[in-house]
Design a protein around this ligand. Structure first.
Ligand code: NMX
Ligand code: MLT
Length: 426
């Protein structure tokens, strides 16, 4: 099977041509309208950007290149990365080639360790991850080649090279952040014979002889990898990349967006919430106690982390996949049991509360309990794992954006006075 580079060299020119024809023939057709509510409401539902890597259907959840996420849970993250970029799953030789491509690029420059070591003991792990990616910008192949001058149609090639370097290095960087920030001991070197996520699990240094922890990390990396183009991290990365800022700048920006509690940080907030429940009731509470606790939270003006979604209107299949893993691997774990009890009670509470459009759990509701089971109890770290996985999607989208020659993002903003004027004439 062809390497990613060769495969994309064939695919991208064809896609560029067919998109040019599409715009030429149908460029003036309307695909979306914007209401005043949407303009003030985070542009929810406005169709104004392209993302070919994946789609989120309100009633089905994440679909990657036509394949529902629940059909991809047994795949390796590097296979899914290939799928995101090309629309096809690689065969065994394609996986091997990609794994070798990543291994060739996995050495992290020593200045990254120096910068991370210099950060304070109170730095948030997401600040460390974003900084580590950003500091590698000095070696961006895209920035270098752009400076020397290159044709627009070639942009994607050095962007892919930068993307492969980020993907190759992010497990070692993320694992180091865990070990350094939470005093777990020396950095652990990768092993030559392990797959990308297997190595990540190995470098985290969690003691597990069953192999279940490595499987959890593989699953975690697959489930979080992409969620179409409009979520905050993907959109931030896309927007920054559209200025031809290189992948290091763009992914760092995306990670900064992921660090918000309404987005990726919800997984740490979620485990905090679960532990508060356990603490307050001295273990797994009764259903009514959980319901009371949820109402207390809502009445104090806070959100229930891990519940609700901007697009989904059903239980997130990514939550379902984590729950199934938990039911198999740690059904007796108290923290997992509380997560499961929340799943049985929170949707009805949120329905009665009547605010959230979607009362069901999202990806962040269950992931933390599984990490906690394997001893990763430092929940401030959880979003770093989300970020390492989401880099696969952000980078795939970025390579395709440059490959398809997308324009710099520059929507029009309007003033409230203008909206009032328009509204008064309606
Ligand atoms: N708990 C309490 N209130 C909620 C929740 C929730 N879990 N979800 C939504 N609402 C409220 C929301 O704050 C808003 O309130 P108000 O009318 O007072 O402004 C109202 O319901 C309508 O919001 P929606 O249209 O349902 O949600 P929106 O699309 O604006 O936001 C989220 C989506 C995901 C930001 C929101 O559901 C939320 O804050 N959930 C909790 C945080 C979370 O789990 N985030 C992770 C999302 C997944 N990820 O990984 O990124
Ligand atoms: C994500 O995975 O990015 C989240 O579910 C948020 C979203 O899609 O809006």
């Amino acid at each position: 099977m062809a390497s990613l580079q060769n495969k994309l060299s064939v695919l991208l020119p064809k896609s560029r041509e067919s998109i040019a024809r599409l715009i030429n023939e149908y460029g003036d057709k309307v695909i979306s309208q914007v209401t005043i509510k949407q303009a003030y409401g985070g542009m929810r539902g406005v169709k104004a950007m392209i993302c070919d890597t994946s789609l989120v259907e309100p009633d089905k959840g994440l679909i990657i290149r036509g394949i529902p996420i629940l059909d991809l849970t047994q795949k390796l993250p590097e296979e899914v990365f290939y799928l995101l970029l090309t629309g096809e799953l690689p065969d065994a030789s394609g996986v091997k080639t990609l794994q070798n491509d990543l291994k060739e690029r996995q050495d992290v420059p020593s200045y990254v360790w120096d910068v991370l070591n210099a950060m304070g003991d109170d730095a948030h792990p997401m600040t460390m991850l974003s900084t580590a990616i950003l500091v590698m910008q000095r070696d961006s192949v895209f920035s270098n080649e752009y400076r020397c001058g290159m044709s627009k149609t070639e942009y994607w090639k050095p962007v892919l090279e930068d993307a492969l370097r980020i993907v190759a290095r992010i497990p070692a960087i993320a694992a180091f952040i865990y070990r350094k920030r939470f005093n777990k001991g020396q950095r652990i070197e990768p092993k030559a014979d392990l797959d990308w996520a297997g190595n990540f699990a190995h470098m985290l240094g969690v003691n597990d002889t069953t192999g279940n922890f490595a499987d959890l990390i593989r699953l975690y990396m697959v489930l979080h990898c992409d969620h179409e183009g409009g979520n905050v991290s993907a959109h931030a990365c896309h927007c920054v990349g559209s200025a031809l800022s290189d992948p290091f700048y763009a992914v760092s920006a995306g990670l900064n967006g992921l660090s918000g509690p309404l987005h990726g940080l919800a997984n740490q907030e979620c485990l905090r919430f679960v532990l508060e429940v356990r603490e307050k009731y001295g273990g797994v509470p009764a259903k009514q106690q959980i319901i009371d606790f949820a109402w207390e939270t809502l009445n104090s003006g806070k959100v229930i982390p891990g519940y609700g979604h901007a697009v989904l209107r059903v239980t997130d299949p990514r939550f379902t996949a984590f729950r199934e893993f938990g039911l198999k691997v740690c059904p007796d774990d108290e923290v997992f049991q509380i997560v499961d009890l929340l799943f049985q009670t929170i949707p009805d509470v949120l329905k009665e509360h009547g605010h959230a459009q979607n009362p069901y759990p999202n990806v962040d509701a269950g992931s933390g309990s599984l990490l906690h089971h394997f001893g990763i109890t430092e929940f401030d770290y959880y979003t770093v794992l989300f970020g390492a996985s989401r880099a696969l999607g952000m980078l795939s989208q970025l390579v395709l954006s440059r490959g398809l020659g997308e324009a710099i993002e520059r929507p029009k903003s309007v003033r409230t006075a203008w909206i009032k004027e328009i509204a008064s004439k309606l």
